[in-house]
Design a protein around this ligand. Structure first.
Ligand SMILES: CC(C)(COP(=O)(O)OP(=O)(O)OC[C@H]1O[C@@H](n2cnc3c(N)ncnc32)[C@H](O)[C@@H]1OP(=O)(O)O)[C@@H](O)C(=O)NCCC(=O)NCCS
Length: 148
């Protein structure tokens, strides 16, 4: 696998965003990632990775905001930014952004709905949590319908 990585910093309001631009020759390792820093502390991370071959049109999305920095719009901001980055950097461009979430994760489901993700499936007993087996909710964002 050959890889080259370049870091770039964008100041945006109170957040400093570090953007790794990954250029991988190994097709299975493509992805874009964002890290939000505040006072030299990582306060949020997000990423979008693609799979090879017949699933190369799907970007798999993930996000986490540090406790104490939630509910101030950072999750929305990073999600919008990573989607823009995925469209710009990933080849082929993702046609669908896919994520999975636990049904009890109300903040995450609220964020995803607000940004246009639609629930398409609930797979039973996929997540172990506090002695229970929870469904895994699958949500999709159809990139062929988004404007950004
Ligand atoms: C889910 C998460 C990423 C949301 O990020 P955030 O920065 O708090 O989200 P924002 O402040 O941008 O809020 C965006 C929307 O999310 C929803 N939301 C956020 N916090 C919420 C809460 N406590 N309860 C219900 N909805 C909430 C709302 O719809 C909100 O829109 P609004 O402000 O217009 O009402 C964050 O809570 C987190 O990192 N959680 C732990 C890790 C995690 O669960 N990751 C996702 C795994 S699938």
């Amino acid at each position: 696998m050959a890889e080259c990585r370049q870091w770039e910093q964008i100041t945006d309001g109170q957040f400093i965003i570090s953007k790794p631009i990954r250029k991988l020759l190994w097709i299975q390792s493509r992805g874009v990632f964002l890290i939000a820093e505040n006072n030299n502390k990582i306060i949020g991370t997000t990423g979008n990775t693609t799979q090879p071959w017949r699933k190369s049109h799907i970007g798999e999305f993930g996000i986490a905001i540090r406790n104490g920095y939630r509910g101030i719009g950072l999750g929305s901001y990073l999600t919008n930014e990573i989607i823009k980055l995925a469209k710009k950097e990933l080849k082929p461009k993702p046609k669908i952004i896919r994520l999975s979430v636990s049904p009890d994760n109300k903040p995450a489901i609220g964020l995803y709905r607000k940004l246009g993700f639609k629930k398409v499936a609930a797979i039973p007993k996929q997540i172990q949590y506090k002695g229970k087996l929870l469904n895994e909710i699958i949500m999709l964002l159809d990139m062929t319908r988004t404007i950004t």
